[in-house]
Design a protein around this ligand. Sequence first.
Ligand code: ZN
Length: 413
Amino acid sequence: MPVPSTKTLFRNVSILDSTGALPYPGDVLVDNDRIASVGTVDPDSARGARVIEGRGRTLMSGLCDAHTHFSWNNSADLDGLGTMPVEEHLLFCLESARTYIESGYTMCLGAASAKERLDVVCRDAINAGRFPGPRYLANGPEIAVTGGALIKSITKFADGPEGMRKAVRELIDLGVDQIKLSMTGEEITGTQRAEDTYFSDEEVHAAVTEAHRRGKRVCAHARSAESVKMCVRNGLDIVYHASFTDAEGFDMLEEAKDWVFVAPGINWLVATLYEAEAFGFPQAAAEAVGYKKELDQAIKGLKEMHRRGVRILPGGDYGFAWTPHGTYARDLEHFVQLLDFTPMEAILSATALGGEIMLRPDELGKVQPGYLADLLLVDGDPLADITVLQKHDKLDYIMKDGQFFKEQAEPAV
Ligand SMILES: [Zn+2]
């Protein structure tokens, strides 16, 4: 087998570097797994490099999904997540991982796994180079209290502070990178209301303290106003949804903005409201149980958080029948269309903030010297049309760790 070149030169690309600067023309040199130089490349240092002619295409960081479920299986049968045999389920998860990177996602933060070890096994297999996929922070089954599960068949139940400590310890023992608490309801279940809060402060405090003691973070399904405040009060790291955040909650999130992340999973609300009819959940039914009200409130609240500088990241709950894997970049369009992010802000949320939530802000999420070479060469300008990132055939090259996952057959010149 020929020894592959360890250097790649992207020549004449439009560099969207995720520092906030406007794109500018130049070259980018990758040496092994890292970006060596950006803008002007010393010809000596590029000697022997494989050359990709950019012809003005956009070179940018790979994207981040802050709320990933490899194990959500594109079905409308929520309980099926529990009953799917583990062998088929693992294969499905590996396919999800490949779909993420095919979609330009090189960073994913696991937001719960339908069975105990699906996430950690996938993470380890990706890291060992056995299967393609994004960089992944693995989760375990979500923890809920008795009577507070969204989907019983995929839940790890725990009650009281001692129960929380034990559950967290067991999940850490499995090898998870973070813990998920399912703190509130969700209307689609038919029984659990989004504005119900099932956890007590003591339980959240115990779970967070125990996870932090072991250097792990905690994320939470938190739709109600009270749950968001409970998260912040107890130092919980990543708040998912946050739809019904109230004025006091905004103040608390703003105060905590240096350490807390919010990932609304906004596409879940949009698609559940408007696009689930073919799967037995028509818009009228979704409105009747409150999804329109929740979406309206979430949009208002997220704009307010954005105004206050709270870190809001795209991603969330892809892997249901009406939010299928591979459509992840719809979130970025919603950030622009619904939340009034500029396209640049949406891209920074999905890249630079991705590096932050992956806990590697100095080496992930930017096109900068020394950063890991997780790069997309996009045939289009995402600042002019954010939806180009949804079009897989416009993602001409996808690189992770300096290795091409996808290469475009270039026309002969
Ligand atoms: Zn989720």
